[in-house]
Design a binder for this molecule. Sequence first.
Ligand code: PMP
Length: 334
Amino acid sequence: MPYDADLLCQIGNTPLIELTNLDTAPCRLFVKLESRNPSGSIKDRAALSMVRAAERDGLLRPGGHLVEATAGNTGLALALLAAHRGYRLTLVIPDKAGLDKVSHLRAMGAEVVLARSDVPRRHPEHYQNVASRLAGETGAHFIDQFNNPANPAAHEDGTGPELWEQMGGRVDAVVAGAGSGGTLTGLSRFFARRSPATEMVLADPRGSVLADYVRTGRVGEAGSWLVEGIGGDSIPMVSDFSRVTRAYSVSDRESFATARLVLRIEGLLVGSSSGTLLAAALRYCREQTAPKRVATLVCDAGNRHLSRLHDESWLADQGLLQRDEHGDLRDLIS
Ligand code: PMP
């Protein structure tokens, strides 16, 4: 039974800070530090909501078994919950995932099954199809965040009201990315009821189909991108982008440079998806002619990204940094 001071009580109620050193033109930019959740990312909220819904609906009983398809923060969040609640957890992840991720998940107690990463979504060996099949064969509960309504509900009932309260009921725009779309969908639903004038803005990695879908209603060909946790090559079933009025496509270069800039001048060590969100939020702020109060999120912290986003040789290898005349590495945009 929930206890009012256990680890799970630390999920949500994250701090909100204002970024005061960045040039935000006539606007004020606030960020909600979702990196402060116990497993380190915004996905703790969705994981808790999805596990609670399964328990409530009798789909998950004491000692039960959970299966999910994820290489990312959802896996870590579920591992924390599984440990705390005494469930067995199997995560199916694409075999291109880094070794450090696999070790982190295993260290957290998850069983990791590697699936082919070179096959399209409809292929039976695609990691999401492997997870669904595995759950069916073993009688485990498939969390299925891309189709699970308890995922956006976590943000409609938690993230949205908290943000509203912390901003003193004055929010002109919310900038968010979309992986499963849970965050943006839940926030959209909350603001549709509480403050319909609040503008919902999508921050999307260049190469993802989501920004174009918001602008045109069409799903194009996906490219590739290095930012982790957001963007997609199809529209997640659980997502609803109908209230999104603006969408920015942000290049890896701009996302990574923004994350590094925020570290340099604000002292905030953020992950790559936060770089995309902050880049889009800054673009939005600078396009305004009247002062606005803009909110965005730090989805996870940069210490999960030290060997990529925060490693200069890796960035140089990816062509995202260049050497200046003294041989020092410099961001291509700043
Ligand atoms: N940022 C990071 C770092 C993530 O791991 C995720 C989830 N994949 C998101 C943002 C997007 O969240 P959502 O799934 O709610 O769209």
